[in-house]
Write a protein that binds this ligand. Structure first.
Ligand code: PGA
Length: 253
């Protein structure tokens, strides 16, 4: 059975006091997870170790970085490397979020390097992909996302691919309140799995959790997570509200 994941993406939100408040609220009613379920909080760098200690002992709850550098060390002022994260015990990292692709100019080749640095450090990447509205309107979304996957992941071995997480986030649905329909989400997730299957075989493709992201909220989570190829969600805005996020976590079951 594939791992089901509810991942929070706090982005660049919350000062420490607000983060503490949200964490208190989450911990006060954190659902108990089944063996194949995980909750991942992708949070700003300064809070990683603090959050990790708060989640200590809570089965299936993990902390993720939102990015890391594509080199292991060196003269890169202001950057954070995968070995640094690993040395803190961080085991998950979001890579290739569309906001980083857009504002930091991250592309396929750079993300392939970041994948390598994470995997070498023993960090599981949550690789984000997704098309802009213009591509969706032209009907080229499947090929667009397939190219993102080929460009950043296909140098990896089948064994490694089986251990990563993919998040499909249509850019037109991020922070817009405009969610993909369940049919659109399922169709793309099946297409991503097909792309993986063609390269790595069905057995490997069927192991990779594929999360949906883009205006996931309590009101649409059950419907989305019921799609056969949707294995959970990467949640931005709604993850900043404890009640909303806990409902989304509960929707995994
Ligand atoms: P959203 O963001 O849930 O606010 O649309 C999702 C994301 O960017 O990961």
């Amino acid at each position: 059975m594939r791992t089901q994941i509810a991942a929070a993406n706090w982005k660049m939100n919350l000062v420490k006091e607000e983060a503490e408040q949200l964490m208190d609220q989450l911990l006060a009613s954190a659902p108990t997870l089944q063996n194949n379920q995980e909750v991942i909080l992708a949070i700003p760098f300064p809070y990683l170790t603090w959050a990790q200690s708060r989640l200590d002992g809570l089965k299936g709850y993990r902390v993720a970085a939102q990015n890391c550098h594509h080199k292991n060390a060196g003269a890169y002022t202001g950057e954070v490397s995968a070995p640094m994260l690993a040395s803190l015990g961080i085991r998950d990292c979001v890579l290739g979020h569309s906001e980083r692709r857009e504002y930091q100019g991250e592309g396929e080749a750079l993300l392939a390097e970041k994948m390598d640095r994470c995997l070498e450090a023993g960090i599981r990447p949550i690789f984000c992909c997704g098309e802009p509205l213009s591509v969706r309107e032209a009907g080229n979304q499947n090929e667009f996302v397939a190219a993102q996957i080929r460009g950043s992941l296909f140098h990896l071995s089948a064994e490694v691919i089986a251990g990563i997480v993919i998040a499909y986030e249509p850019i037109w649905a991020i922070g817009t309140g405009k969610t993909a329909t369940t049919a659109q989400a399922q169709e793309m997730h099946a297409s991503i799995r097909q792309v993986l299957a063609q390269q790595y075989g069905q057995a490997v493709a069927s192991q990779v959790p594929i999360l949906y992201g883009g205006s996931v909220k309590a009101a649409n989570a059950v419907e989305l997570f019921t799609c056969p190829d949707v294995d959970g969600g990467l949640v931005g805005g709604a993850s900043l509200n404890a009640t909303e996020f806990i409902s989304i976590v509960s929707a995994l079951s």
